[in-house]
Design a protein. Structure first.
Length: 319
């Protein structure tokens, strides 16, 4: 994970011992523990951005850590996305340029975004609820995915007491938006390569004994210029099993399928994902993903004919 040792003038940094390398579990399918030999994961500092003075002081004090050059003149914090996501865009203006960051809060009331699926799935996906546990999940996931060669935005620092983390801003659309635009313009065939790449990456994560927990297209950014994906919103990621891996696959396919009324185009794009997944992924995971119990939470969200067609498609790849 990319991080900087310079902590500004005071250097008020502490390491989260609960995330130290020595305490991380081993994973299936990896020749050595994926975190072995890496530096301590992230820097813990108080993230206080309540007013303009606090914001300017914060980015001045920790400019070395955050890569901010010049005298900080102004810092603006604006909501990014819906209020439930608790994500803000932080724009920093200095005498030498401008910088953008993403500030994410992990308050316990944020569980409401998980509640509908949690109830519908009868806790099948075992969602983490408390803000601090979700923050810890996310930090671990960033370190693990980095070791597996899967891109995530850089985590600059975190504040466990306030349950906040500050991230690199990735200037890209998520796959949700990209699919909707491609559907409108009848260019879904251009997404086949991207969906196949995502399938390969998700299978790599599963083969290492890890799951994303909330593996939907909205949580994957795609940078067209670099042909790269970035995985975000990893607060439900954890060590997993076949059932949870199956949830990842089913959720990704069904959340893609919800944009379609008829199955033909939905199957075409989802098949690219399944092709990529099947190259290295386990068939028993796909069998779990195709099961009735996995599809049940998406009844009412996905067109009935699309849901059945996608279940059948997953089952075909599980043979």
């Amino acid at each position: 994970m990319r991080w900087r040792r310079s902590l500004g003038k005071r250097g008020k940094a502490a390491l989260l011992t609960g995330l130290e390398v020595a305490n991380m579990p081993d994973f299936r399918g990896v020749s050595s523990p994926p975190l072995e030999g890496l530096p301590p994961s992230f820097i813990e500092i108080p993230i206080v951005l309540n007013g303009l003075a606090d914001r300017v002081n914060f980015f001045t004090e920790f400019s070395g850590l955050l890569g901010v050059k010049g005298e900080v003149v102004y810092v603006e914090v604006k909501p990014l996305g819906t209020f439930i996501n608790e994500v803000d865009m932080v724009s920093v203006t200095t005498t030498k340029g401008s910088y953008r960051f993403v500030l994410k809060s992990f308050s316990s009331w944020g569980l409401f975004k998980w509640f509908p699926l949690w109830v519908a799935s009868y806790a099948r996906a075992n969602f983490s609820i408390s803000g601090k546990s979700r923050l810890k999940n996310e930090l671990r996931a960033h370190l693990i995915l980095e070791r597996l060669g899967v891109n995530t935005p850089n985590v600059y620092c975190y504040d466990l007491k306030r349950a906040k983390a500050l991230y690199e801003f990735i200037d890209a659309e998520n796959l949700d938006e990209i699919v909707k635009e491609a559907r409108r313009e009848d260019k879904l065939d251009e997404l086949a390569e991207t969906y196949m790449m995502v399938g390969r990456e998700v299978s790599r994560i599963h083969n290492a004994g890890y799951v994303l927990g909330d593996c939907k297209p909205a949580n994957i950014l795609y940078v067209e210029e670099k042909k790269q994906t970035y995985y975000i919103d990893l607060e439900q990621a954890r060590v997993g099993d076949r059932k949870l891996s199956g949830w990842d696959v089913c959720e990704f396919v069904m959340f893609t399928g919800r944009f379609f009324i008829l199955p033909r185009k939905a199957k075409e794009i989802c098949e690219a994902f399944l092709q990529g997944y099947s190259e290295q992924g386990e068939k028993r995971v796909l069998r779990e993903a195709a099961s009735v119990k996995m599809a049940q939470p998406f009844v009412g969200m996905v067109s009935p004919v699309v849901l059945q067609a996608l279940r059948a498609l997953i089952a075909d790849y599980a043979q």
